[in-house]
Design a protein around this ligand. Structure first.
Ligand code: GLU
Length: 493
């Protein structure tokens, strides 16, 4: 690996589905790797034993795969086997590595075993707050020799490993952030912090810093809420003599109420967007623009275009507001740009799931999509659009009942059924439909709503809605006849 190789990572904690914020972090890192011919690494931060599960790891991977954010190194999709030269890529499988570095810090006097209990720490915190001091731990075990601590542990006492923050005059730590320029942290912002829990499990700041260094990560783009962790990570880098990656802290995503985006704002997980008929390329496009802008001011971009254009100098440090309407619009644009064959493949599972029975003939499908795709914002919208085209029987809507009471309705529907039956082809063309409608008007002497509404009820089961001249040519003659007969059977008298 050359020194300048770009290596970025996405490091999710697998405690649920991949949400929009996580997906954006993954996307920016992915795009940065693509733009710079670098590597995109997936690292699983599963040290929270209570909340991390293998099922969540798989779900997050499925979502990344769906979004097309393929990783070059990391646990492989499905098998979870490590792939790459810097594994293991799951933190729960790297515990001996963290232990080794914790020992190194202890040996160099920069870490110690600490036996303070939670209640003792709480008492210290309260006292510090009362006297207006920052609530930092002041451990009596700070300068204990390691042997003494080990003896105490041999007797069964539990200890965490704490990092010993340097006793020095207050100074500023300086972070040249790629998004926020110069970030300064006062050195007294943190007190001695935990590296390893009593269980031996590492704490996020420790394993993250060790892994970023050992995995030769060159750049870290992550959410702004990690900014305050970065000081601790910088201290660990310094003490272990590691080269620090370049950090870029990206803005938060807010809901329309300007609170941090969460489940309260509706769908926030990528999985939900998937099942609701959003396209991965549209979701990528939309979330990319939450905090980044194209140098050409493009609003609709393919992954390829984004990868060509992505640079951190266009990452915005101000918070972005998540607008579901805009997402839907972006989705509709990507959806309409798809070739019909491809769109059909995507729409079909939604139609099948809704139980619609539609003709299998390709020409028919392409024609039908051509008619309906302009009205579809999501793949799922196809269900309601295509429902009237299904061969399965349709129910009459309550509003249809009034139409059925008009004396002329039976005459119109009967004439309609007969006309359809007599058509030579399996499908009526638009002209044939118009001609038949005119013929019924002239022969039966009905016009206006008394003509159109009964026919509409006979075709779609309701008196209002879709333009029949578009719809009728897509319905097989046999379906039209069956529907007309169904309506006739429901006319009383
Ligand atoms: N596991 C952390 C998270 O999911 C990663 C933070 C980082 O990128 O350093 O927030």
């Amino acid at each position: 690996m050359s020194n300048s190789e770009v290596r970025v990572r996405f490091a999710p904690s697998p405690t649920g589905y991949l949400h929009v914020g996580g997906a954006r972090t993954a996307l920016y890192n992915y795009l940065f790797a693509k733009r710079n011919g670098g590597k995109f690494i997936l690292r699983i931060e599963d040290t929270d034993e209570a909340r991390s599960t293998e099922e969540f790891i798989r779900m997050q991977m499925d979502d990344l795969k769906w979004l097309g954010l393929d990783w070059d190194e990391g646990p492989e999709w499905k098998t979870l086997k490590d792939s790459g030269a810097y594994g293991p890529y799951r933190q729960s499988q790297r515990l001996d590595i963290y232990k080794k570095y914790a020992d190194q810090l202890m040996d160099s006097g920069r870490a110690y075993y600490c036996f303070l209990t939670d209640p003792e720490i709480e008492i210290q915190r309260q006292a510090a707050m009362k006297s207006g001091r920052p609530p930092q731990v002041n451990s009596p075990y700070r300068n204990w020799p390691k042997e003494k601590a080990l003896e105490k542990m041999a007797k069964g006492d539990k200890a965490v490993v704490r990092f010993k923050v340097k006793d020095e005059e207050k100074r500023d730590y300086h972070l040249p952030d790629l998004v926020r320029s110069d970030v300064r942290f006062p050195s007294d912002m943190v007190g001695d912090f935990v590296l390893l829990r009593a269980s031996g499990m590492p704490v996020y700041n420790f394993c993250c810093a060790v892994d970023d260094a050992l995995m030769k990560i060159s750049h870290v783009f992550r959410a702004e809420d990690h900014l305050s962790n970065t000081l601790r990570q910088m201290m660990i880098y310094d003490e272990l003599g590691f080269k620090q990656p370049q950090f870029g802290h990206i803005s938060l995503i807010l809901g329309s109420d300007r609170q941090k985006l969460s489940k309260r704002h509706g769908a926030a997980s990528c999985h939900e967007y998937k099942v609701n008929g959003y396209l991965p390329e549209a979701l990528n496009n939309f979330i990319a623009l939450l905090g980044w802008s194209s140098p050409n001011a493009q609003e609709i971009l393919t992954m390829k275009e984004m990868a060509e254009q992505f640079h951190y100098d266009r990452l915005n440090s101000a918070a972005a507001v998540f607008d579901p309407q805009k997402l839907m619009w972006v989705n509709s644009q990507h959806l309409r740009a798809l070739p019909n064959e491809e769109l059909w493949k995507l729409v079909e599972p939604f139609l099948n799931e809704a139980g619609l029975t539609l003709p299998s003939d390709t020409d028919w499908r392409m024609k039908a999509l051509e008619v309906y795709k302009t009205g579809m914002n999501t793949l799922k919208d196809a269900v309601e659009a295509f429902r009237p085209l299904s061969e399965s029987p349709i129910e009459l809507s309550p509003e249809a009942q009034e139409t059925l009471t008009w004396p002329s309705t039976r005459i119109v529907v009967e004439a309609w059924r007969k006309g359809v039956e007599q058509t030579g082809s399996d499908y009526l063309s638009e002209e044939q439909f118009n001609k038949l409608q005119d013929q019924i008007k002239d022969e039966q002497n009905v016009k206006g709503k008394h003509l159109f509404m009964p026919i509409r009820v006979a075709v779609i089961g309701k008196p209002h809605g879709t333009e029949l001249k578009m719809l009728v040519p897509l319905l097989h003659k046999r379906t039209l006849v069956a529907r007309a007969e169904n309506v006739l059977s429901q006319i009383k008298g």
